[in-house]
Write a new protein. Structure first.
Length: 247
């Protein structure tokens, strides 16, 4: 029996199975297990988390988008005043997350670290791109690195369409390509076309020599136009004189 007067228990027998504080390694293992569950299961429905449609609230918890929609739909069951109901009241209270998938793993596009319970992660609002916290801390910017890449690509496309380079200077490579293409096309013509091209080039050089001293582009274009009209008039006069001599 015990404690009935027939036996006297010793102290070491009473405290043999007493509760003890968990060690640091045990605490870390428990926290890692909890984080692993949070990264792999929806915090609302406890279903496996679909990272392609994952969303997050202000507290950083992860949810399936479908589970949030069901949560927001009107229900006949009495409302449960839990933390989720307090934080998520509409779709405006969540952000759609965008993870980078490589080899079946979700990684940070900057540091290439695997995102999960072993890596402290953050996401940018409102775009939702997810990164490792250390990567965002090292990059001192007010904008998302992923969104900036798309913006820079679009900027280069816009500059190229305007014939400009990154330095906002004129892109001479396009002119060289056009010039080479024109030379090849003219080289395939007959000898008469080549002679006409040579004559036109000579005339262009003469015109350039006559307006080379004009620095203002507008004045140079007007002068070139006037000179062209004058050349046409001179041609007509020459033709009239030739015709009158033939008579």
């Amino acid at each position: 029996m015990g404690n009935d007067g027939g036996s006297i228990p010793k102290r070491r027998e009473l405290v043999k199975n007493a509760a003890r504080l968990p060690t640091v390694s045990e605490l870390k293992a428990t926290i890692l297990e909890s984080l692993g569950h949070a990264w792999s299961h929806c915090a609302l429905s406890d279903a496996p988390l679909d990272m392609d449609t994952a969303v997050s609230d202000a507290s950083g918890r992860l949810y399936n988008y479908e589970a949030v929609l069901k949560h927001l739909l009107p229900s006949e069951e009495p409302a449960n005043p839990d933390n989720v109901s307090i934080i998520i009241r509409s779709l405006r209270d969540i952000v759609k997350l965008k993870f980078m998938n490589r080899g079946g793993k979700w990684i940070c596009p900057v540091s290439l670290k695997e995102l999960g319970p072993a890596t402290r992660s953050v996401y940018i609002v409102p775009c939702g791109h997810a990164f490792a916290e250390v990567a965002v801390t090292e990059i001192i910017e007010d904008s998302c690195p992923e969104c900036n890449i798309e913006r820079l690509v679009k900027r280069m496309e816009d500059l190229k369409s305007k014939g400009l380079c990154h330095s906002m200077k004129k892109d001479k490579s396009e002119k060289k390509k056009k010039r080479k293409g024109g030379d090849v096309a003219r080289g395939d013509g007959d000898k008469g076309e080549q002679n006409g091209t040579i004559n036109r080039n000579k005339k262009a050089k003469m015109d350039d020599a006559r307006i080379s001293g004009i620095n203002n582009p507008l004045a140079a274009s007007l002068t070139a136009r006037v000179l062209a009209e004058q050349d046409e008039k001179n041609k007509l006069r020459h033709l009239v004189k030739t015709a009158s001599r033939g008579r």
